[in-house]
Design a binder for this molecule. Sequence first.
Ligand code: NDP
Length: 329
Amino acid sequence: MNETFNVVIARAAENGTTVTLEKMSVADLPEYDVQIEIAYSSLNYKDALAVTASAPICRRLPMVCGIDLAGKVVESNSADWQVGDRVLVNGFGLSETEWGGYTQRQAVKPEWLVRTPDAISEQQAMAIGTAGYTAMLSVLALQDHGVTPVSGPVLVTGASGGVGSVAIMLLAKLGYEVTAVSGRESMHDYLRQLGASALLPRDALSARSRPLEKEQWAAAIDSVGGQTLATVLAQTKRDGIVAACGLAGGSDLPATVMPFILRGVTLRGIDSVMASQAHRQRAWKALASTLDFDQLKLATSVKPMSEIHSLAADLLAGQLRGRVVIDVN
Ligand code: NDP
């Protein structure tokens, strides 16, 4: 097949990396066993860093950007996947070491694929995307720790972002009382619509905290890191858990061991990129049965791939909310 299609590709340039929209053909794709016709990808924090070349996300060049993809199988040399199967990929090094989802066609390894649940369309799968699937992994970590709605309020930081928005929806739907932390007052109505029952300004957590503060949260999902995460740990109730999944506010952790040794608090790291297939399938099944898809729509905008540069800049400037689906066609 000689068909050409559009891709967003990062290339080495004299003064760094350039990311441009180009044409590619099937012959250019990697020699992996399953070829996907992609319907949608999505925009995550890591995608924004890659597209703006503001962090070394693409670890080999040239690199097709996009850490997510959803579509259907159009060619397969794998017994596990048939032409027509509806599939998605999150992570597994897409846009880092493997070519990703900002393209109309991609070739992938069979073991990266997740079957898209029947209840979820391609567009919805990418409205969830890595951010939403990470939110689900975080909620599952809380549940596995034994946190239930009667345990007490759950804190969600980076609330209007992709991970935060989906985490709030999921927690509220599961009956938890959610407190959302946001730097944007203009987002308060939106966050309440998603299910937050209380709101805190970002600076309530970003100021230096004492090693132990008043116990407030049964659990927390933190996509911010830095001082915010340290404060969250200091405010977490005895035997509570904090799922740390992001660094939107910083990758440092200026904390003490006090919450761990005096309150038995658990700090649980969440890695969506290399999560096992069993873990992924559990998360996607839970997403299909838990998410309110009308609410997800409220948190989602669908944009063409041609706008990727301005969308990425807007995300990093904190001007977007919720999730952005990228229509690659
Ligand atoms: P978004 O940009 O959509 O959301 C981040 C949110 O964090 C913003 O909307 C904003 O919310 C808040 N925020 C932004 N900058 C700051 C700051 N300087 N200090 C405090 N809060 C800030 O990103 P995603 O939701 O896609 O990703 C969030 C984080 O999670 C990223 O660091 C990303 O890399 C990480 N991540 C990790 C994954 C994993 O596998 N561990 C997978 C997916 C994401 P508000 O305006 O409401 O305050």
